[in-house]
Design a protein around this ligand. Sequence first.
Ligand SMILES: NC(=O)c1ccc[n+]([C@@H]2O[C@H](COP(=O)([O-])OP(=O)(O)OC[C@H]3O[C@@H](n4cnc5c(N)ncnc54)[C@H](O)[C@@H]3O)[C@@H](O)[C@H]2O)c1
Length: 353
Amino acid sequence: MSKKVRICMIGAGRVGKLHSGTLKRYVPDGEVVALVDPAEAVLNETGEQFGIDGRFPSLEDALEKAEFDAVIITTPTFTHKQLAMLAAAEGKHVFMEKPMAMNLQECDDIIAAVEGRGLLLQLGFMRRFDPEFVAAAERIFAGEIGEPTLIKSLTHGPGLPPAWANDIRTSNGMLAEVNSHDLDCIRWLMGSNPERIYVEAANFKGEERGAHAEHFYDNMFATLKFESGALGNISGVCPCDYGYDARVEIIGKKGIMQIGSMQGMDVIVCTNRDQGLITPIYKRWPERFAWAYIHEIQHFVECVQTGNKPRVTGEDGRWAVAGVLAGTKSMLEGRPVRLEEVMDPAWPVPWQQ
Ligand SMILES: NC(=O)c1ccc[n+]([C@@H]2O[C@H](COP(=O)([O-])OP(=O)(O)OC[C@H]3O[C@@H](n4cnc5c(N)ncnc54)[C@H](O)[C@@H]3O)[C@@H](O)[C@H]2O)c1
């Protein structure tokens, strides 16, 4: 039997809780032995909820006092690079949440520090582990709908994310925090890198919800052209209030494929003959992608045990960040932007200066 993988969970917030719960309930070969968060209340709350006794205010402290094989980074984007590099310097494998980092220089530094040392690096693009998305990808790659020519992907999230995630200076905004998943997913399903992107954005609810950061937007529409010549679009709405909605439609030379539906949990209720049947929509992302989150963490633990390269790598994370940078530049300048305009890691991202 392979050795149990000891994990340090960095960040005890929404996603730190989700992954801690997944490891406790569904991944017997992995164990959270250390939990890190400078916010004492959330550190203790999550620690108690999942029975994690090793609690630390910083990664430095955890590295000094606890023994583990890998880290899972679930902190705000602007902290990812420093934490990944520190963990890698101490020989720990790294699973990190999307978006990988704030810019391409940070992505390259992470890739060099982790993969350059022969350690494993997996990105938290859980759609690549969702049973429906995986089945669809296999059927597209097997040629069922022919060569893909057009893709439409949407992610609409119910609630306003934490304040740091609404400010393009600290997070690159909604395109990064919400639509990173679409940017990764369309590149994966189309089998081609994006070449050009044009983004229009609008702000409808910011004022009433207290989101006052400059350039805040809650509706976004991106049009893309791929290197293959294919076309794509992504829509983002957050907060959309009506539920969590993630769907894709792909057209190929031979047919069309749809992934996902607005009909969420497969429970139908009738209590009123005038109202009729009620089918609940997914309320939040942990419900919609419940199996995907489990499979991605199982995959990471297996990779640490076997030394196999993860299915979602630093390179994938880097491409999504490139899409975010080009898309944000497009939004701010009001014109289509070629990806090559942002691919130089030395490019000083203007809104982060
Ligand atoms: N894969 C997904 O579906 C998904 C969903 C939501 C968020 N995310 C990503 O997960 C990450 C975290 O998002 P969240 O919603 O959990 O945020 P959150 O604000 O709920 O939690 C982040 C936690 O990190 C802690 N933290 C900050 N700096 C730290 C540091 N240096 N060391 C340790 N802890 C630190 C904060 O105190 C906070 O408790 C982000 O990168 C976000 O984009 C991914």
